[in-house]
Design a protein around this ligand. Structure first.
Ligand SMILES: [Zn+2]
Length: 137
């Protein structure tokens, strides 16, 4: 049995609070600029395309493509020792933004650039869930 309690728990900031609240609801939330319509991640106070402060939170569909990945074989801490080998990846959401995440539910040798993946959640505590991705079925 893995000691999930010892894994780090993110501390929400004013910019990321809605993202983490959404994850706890099993929803992947990203920002959308109401001026230019562009989606962005990670969360910021301003739109990175037009500098508008008129940002809204929207639920992403949770569909993405793998852009790049690496296989971690040496855990960064004891909390992740039972997870190795695990995958850290960059995935491009269908809405546009890129996220760093884990890919689960797939043998590392089966991972491919461009593979379609769908969001899922690692529920670490009742109020903290970490968005991850698994191959789309
Ligand atoms: Zn904008």
């Amino acid at each position: 049995m893995s000691d999930v309690a010892s894994k780090p728990i993110p501390e929400p900031t004013p910019e990321t609070a809605e993202y983490w609240a959404g994850a706890a609801r099993q929803e992947l939330m990203i920002q959308r600029c109401t001026q230019c319509g562009r989606h962005q991640f990670p969360p910021r106070m301003l739109c990175t395309a037009c500098s508008s402060r008129e940002l809204e939170w929207v639920r992403a569909r949770g569909l993405a493509a793998v852009r790049s990945f690496t296989v971690v074989r040496r855990p960064v801490s004891e909390a992740f020792a039972e997870d190795v080998p695990y995958v850290v990846a960059l995935v491009v959401l269908d809405e546009g933004p890129t996220l760093m995440t884990n890919i689960i539910g797939c043998k590392t040798e089966e991972l491919r650039i461009g593979m379609r993946v769908t969001v899922c959640f690692d529920n670490r505590t009742p109020s903290c869930s970490i968005p991850q991705f698994a191959p789309s079925v």
